[in-house]
Write a protein of this length. Structure first.
Length: 349
């Protein structure tokens, strides 16, 4: 006697895979606060609303899954082929208005409810009004790093976005205009907000209203070229005092120290100046990140490596060493110039 296991086995596989995904998601949220980009530990308003919506959608889909799966198991077990089966066709039933109405109307209602819940969140996120204390930032995506302009404060930085924490009683959100210098990128810090694309010649917008200080990680979520995977994002949410302190520090021109004059000379007499800006010097290039306060960042090359003297040396000597495909050429300097240059770079506090 032949037994039919096909449908049961594939249903079981779907169930096991779903359980694995849910467990993984639960673990992701249980991991350290925000060192993995996870939508399951929101710390800012748009991310909160998206998180609650996704829980609602998952619960609805979970209920549908459990209902359908239980009916499937019940039917598979109850109506399985038995030893004493006479092999005749069972009675065929056709045309029950009640049953057909039920399986038409109930799914329509479910879809309408999911649609309305989603539309509500989209409206709340897209049509938000901004209070007077809003911080304005323009983020420009470049292959393969982020430029952050603070027009209200008059400075530019790269890769590590700083924003103030927002007090629910008097919110101080950050409004981010998104532009691209070359191709499509996507700004995604899951704990803070949904992802929004940066498109050449088209301005997109998004905002964050974080309610917990801390460092949040994200990345470019749109394939933008060979080093897309190393186009990481860091957002530092600070207390209003710390943020103010950081702004004042970023507004200062670069430190000019006689001790590193040799390195500054190397910088100013090589192609570095065509691609990088150091405020207060003749270097005004815009193709690469602003280096005025290079040492105030914890990483270099959009999170590709920690910002240490050793890594700066390796980077300038050959960017491809840890970010192959980066759009900065290896500068072919001799050891002495390289040492002097790194000393200068590390003085840029
Ligand atoms: C052709 C343009 C170009 C030239 C010339 C150039 N760079 Fe760059 N540089 C870039 C680009 C683009 C990046 C960003 C690479 C990335 O992260 O993918 C970069 C990144 C850097 C960084 C890391 C900054 C950060 O915050 O991540 C440093 C430091 C740096 N360059 C120093 C130099 C020095 C020193 C020179 C001269 C010896 C130089 N660069 C010459 C284009 C250039
Ligand atoms: Cu990108």
């Amino acid at each position: 006697m032949r037994r039919h296991f096909g449908p049961k086995i594939s249903a079981c596989a779907i169930f096991v895979i779903s359980c694995m995904c849910l467990t993984k998601a639960a673990f992701a949220s249980a991991l350290g606060p925000h060192d993995t980009p996870s939508i399951f530990s929101p710390a800012s308003t748009p991310a909160d609303s998206i998180y609650h919506l996704s829980l609602f959608v998952m619960a609805t889909c979970g209920a549908i899954f459990v209902t359908v799966f239980s009916l499937l198991v019940y039917s598979a077990v109850k109506f399985r082929r038995r030893v004493d089966d006479d092999g005749r066709e069972p009675a065929q039933i056709y045309g029950s208005n009640q049953v057909e109405l039920a399986w038409t109307v109930i799914p329509i209602l479910i879809v309408v409810v999911l649609f309305l819940a989603t539309a509500r969140v989209i409206h709340a996120v897209e049509d938000a009004r901004f209070p007077t204390g809003t911080t304005e930032v323009t983020a420009v995506g470049h292959q393969f790093w982020w430029e952050f302009q603070y027009p209200g404060y008059g400075f530019i930085t790269a890769n590590e976005l700083h924003v103030p924490v927002s007090d629910p009683k008097s919110p101080s959100p950050t409004h981010i205009k998104l532009l691209s210098a070359d191709t499509d990128h996507s700004f995604w810090v899951p704990a803070l907000a949904g992802k929004t694309d940066l498109i050449p010649n088209h301005q997109n917008e998004m905002w964050v209203d974080p309610h917990e200080t801390g460092t949040y990680v994200g990345q470019c979520a749109q394939y933008c070229g060979v080093e897309h995977a190393k186009m990481l994002l860091t957002v530092v949410v600070q207390s209003p005092e710390d943020f103010q302190h950081w702004v004042e520090q970023q507004q200062r021109p670069a430190v000019i120290s006689g001790q590193v004059a040799a390195g500054r000379h190397v910088f100013e007499t090589t192609a570095c100046v065509n691609c990088h800006t150091i405020q207060g010097t003749m270097a005004q290039g815009r193709f690469g990140p602003d280096l005025t306060h290079l040492m105030s960042r914890t990483t270099i090359a959009a999170g590709a490596a920690p910002n240490t003297a050793e890594n700066l040396r390796r980077w300038v000597n050959d960017p491809d060493a840890f970010k192959s495909g980066a759009l900065m050429p290896a500068m072919q300097l001799d050891q002495q110039d390289l040492d002097a240059l790194v000393a200068y770079l590390t003085s840029l506090q």
